[in-house]
Design a protein around this ligand. Structure first.
Ligand SMILES: Nc1nc2c(ncn2[C@@H]2O[C@H](COP(=O)(O)OP(=O)(O)OP(=O)(O)O)[C@@H](O)[C@H]2O)c(=O)[nH]1
Ligand SMILES: [Mg+2]
Length: 404
């Protein structure tokens, strides 16, 4: 059962490429890089032509290996979100066929065989912002659970970018199960934002990879270990980042955080016999809270959360030193709804990591309100979910039931 990772546009392609830096990713996931500019696709280091999909006005979606590709796929949409959306809608069928073909699954009705899809893109541009919600709709129609990883523009990028972001989100929320936010405001104070993109992309990619590789490949068998070491999977990830309101399923708005610590000192790298350090998993968790992917987030406001600890096996044996139950307690204290998805996975590296997802209602995220304001100053458009969710959350179970 493969996962599909789709990166759309320059930013989406950058994060996707960074995620597949680890070859293990190819064992569990199929990468698809979609762009309207060959030059952007050529900057990728880990994904070759066979993983590319071009998008253009006349030809719709085409395979990277097609003859004349570079010639057909050259323009880009230059932040024109509406145009990209229109073209994607017109060629919906071909993108659906390409996804099925790449994932090498057959059948067009239910049971497609793709367990979960990720769709990664920047909200502020044209290609990613316009085409991705359409691709999300296609995935939804195929019955594939979908997690969107979206990049919010920094405020200084201006009205058009904010408008694109708000319009894209307004459509996206109708079609995906979860939304993970990555906020460029986090790197807006740096001298050269562009140079930081790569590092930021790597940080996000590493966090996603920990969750995917940790839960799919390096999962542990709890029976073999002494300590408290539950197993989670991507279904948990979706549960932790979505809301059920009455009969209705709504995406949550989550932010990512990750912290790591070396488990051996340098000497033990050279003579690798034992020598594991004590790991303070609680401080690891708090350090991941300090590095959340969204600006102005209150950790204590999270509705629900997920954490995946990845540890070398030695830490989970009888003599192991990690108190995982204590870590679970800390996470439970940080969830309003009392819903924590807590998992432990193995790693072959000499590294302990904590990767967290904290999930909010849109109204609790001040950066979404800022985006909505900036967009409305530019054009008459606001972020719909800011009000919608509050109304639904204010209703009791009976009223929600009656809504159906
Ligand atoms: N974090 C991060 N943000 C990026 C990166 N590249 C671009 N951005 C941001 O993404 C937004 C623009 O989106 P792009 O991905 O460049 O646009 P696109 O989807 O290729 O669309 P076009 O307008 O057609 O080129 C802006 O808000 C940029 O600040 C990246 O590699 N990392
Ligand atoms: Mg572009």
């Amino acid at each position: 059962m493969p996962y599909v990772f789709i990166g759309v546009g320059q930013c989406g392609g950058g994060i996707l490429d960074a995620a597949f830096y680890d070859r293990n990713m190819f064992k569990v996931a199929v990468p698809i890089a979609i762009n309207s500019a060959t030059l952007d696709l050529q900057t990728m280091k880990n994904l070759s032509r066979e993983h590319w999909v071009g998008m253009s006005r006349d030809r719709g979606f085409i395979n990277g290996t097609m003859e004349g590709f570079d010639h057909f796929i050259s323009g880009g949409y230059g932040k024109n979100r509406a145009k990209a959306e229109e073209d994607a809608l017109r060629h919906e069928d071909s993108v659906r066929d390409i996804i099925l073909e790449r994932a090498r699954v057959t059948g067009s009705e239910e049971g497609i065989g793709i367990a979960v899809a990720f769709i990664i893109f920047a909200l502020g541009g044209g290609t990613g912002s316009g085409a991705s919600p359409v691709i999300a709709k296609v995935l939804k129609e195929m019955g594939i659970p979908t997690i969107a990883v979206v990049v919010l523009p920094a405020s200084h990028e201006g009205g058009l970018t904010a408008k694109n972001a708000v319009e894209s989100l307004n459509i996206l929320t109708e079609h995906v199960d979860s939304i993970i936010l990555v906020d460029n405001q986090k790197i807006a104070y740096a001298e050269s934002t562009e140079r930081l993109f790569q590092r930021y992309n790597e940080y996000i990619a590493r966090s996603l990879r920990d969750i995917v590789v940790g839960t799919a490949i390096e999962r542990l068998n709890p029976a073999e270990f002494e300590g408290y070491a539950p197993v989670i999977d991507l279904k948990d990830t979706i549960a932790a980042t979505s809301f059920t309101l009455g009969k209705r399923q709504r995406p949550g708005f989550a932010c990512l955080g990750r912290a790591s610590e070396r488990t051996r000192d340098l000497l033990h790298y050279i003579f690798p016999i034992g020598g594991y350090k004590e790991i303070d998993v609680i401080s690891l968790l708090y350090r991941s809270f300090m590095k959340l992917s969204v600006e102005d987030i209150r950790v204590e406001d999270a509705e629900k959360n997920l954490v995946l600890l990845r540890l070398p096996p030695a830490y989970l044996t009888k003599a192991g030193r990690v108190n995982t139950s204590m870590a679970k307690k800390v996470m439970e204290e940080h969830s309003h709804l009392g819903e924590t998805h807590f998992g432990v996975a193995l790693t072959k590296r000499n590294l302990a990591t904590a990767t967290v997802l904290l999930t909010y209602r849109p109204n609790q995220i001040s950066r979404l309100k800022v985006m909505s304001q900036l967009a409305s100053q530019y054009e008459d458009v606001t972020l719909k979910v800011l009000d919608e969710y509050e109304k639904d959350f204010a209703l009791g179970p009976k009223e929600l039931e009656a809504q159906e």
